[in-house]
Design a protein around this ligand. Structure first.
Ligand code: SAM
Length: 239
């Protein structure tokens, strides 16, 4: 029988093999932080209907540790609250595919002690990886609704990361209370980098964010904050 630890080790090794270069700190974070406590339920799509798939259901653990995005909220209805028959609508929150998370975390180059802001808490899994890399007391994460952040806060605490700050609010304004940050990562797409992120990032700090207009879509920008208050960088190479 495959245990969650076996599945996690296999996923971390698959991520390592799939990426061109990945820092050992990022791989080690995926080996140490389990994904399953953060996704007790998510949706699978059958045509236009999204049906909840819950912990204990056939194939659930395999899906959790596949390199796939897991949709956890559809039009504001969390998979944990969904009727068995499912719901219709568009995805409004998900756990990003681990391979993409790994590449974004690698680009973010988080060191122990770095103050990190994440925009788009979602399930809290990426925040947990950030806590492992930077130290939980250095991580602030923001999402739109109380439903999402309350669940993520509870799961982060369960994983030993109670010191992380988890806030509801519009990530476009960053989180001024915890500023300045050495690293800022967005897991939702933005059309342009909000001025508040530049204001709240230290000079020489890094900002990693998908530039696009859909949930998780677009090309991922990796920018360095410049002394003149702007930022410059590159897009990550991904198909
Ligand atoms: C891909 S999901 C999050 C993945 C998450 N980091 C994880 O590990 O599960 C993107 C998240 O961004 C959030 N989001 C979108 N726009 C936002 C905004 N303006 N402010 C804060 N959160 C936002 C969505 O609610 C969604 O939960």
């Amino acid at each position: 029988m495959t245990t969650d630890l076996d599945a996690r080790i296999r996923m971390a090794r698959d991520i390592e093999r799939g990426a061109s270069v990945l820092s050992s700190r990022v791989v080690e974070a995926f080996l140490n932080v389990p994904r399953h406590p953060f996704v007790p339920a998510f949706y699978r799509s059958e045509g236009a209907v999204h049906r909840p798939w819950r912990s204990g259901d056939e194939g659930w653990l395999r899906a959790v540790y596949a390199d796939e995005a897991l949709v956890t909220e559809v039009d504001g209805v969390h998979a944990e609250d969904a009727p068995a028959g499912g719901v219709g609508g568009a995805a409004t929150s998900s756990s990003t595919a681990p391979g993409l998370m790994a590449e974004m975390l690698d680009a973010l180059d988080v060191r122990p002690g770095d103050r990190v802001l994440e925009i788009g808490t979602g399930t809290g899994y990426n925040a947990a990886l950030l806590c492992h890399l930077a130290g939980a007391g250095n991580v602030t994460t923001v999402d739109r609704t109380g439903r999402l952040v309350d669940a993520a806060r509870e799961r982060l605490a369960g994983a030993g990361f109670a010191a992380a700050v988890v806030r509801a609010g519009d990530g476009a304004v960053g989180c001024p209370g915890g500023a300045p940050y050495d690293r800022i990562i967005a897991t939702c797409s933005v059309r342009r980098i909000p001025p508040a992120w530049l204001d709240q990032c230290v000079t020489g700090g890094l900002i990693v964010a998908p530039i696009g207009n859909a949930l998780g879509g677009g090309a991922v920008a990796c920018l360095t904050k410049l002394p003149d208050g702007g930022a410059a960088g590159r897009f990550l190479h991904r198909p």
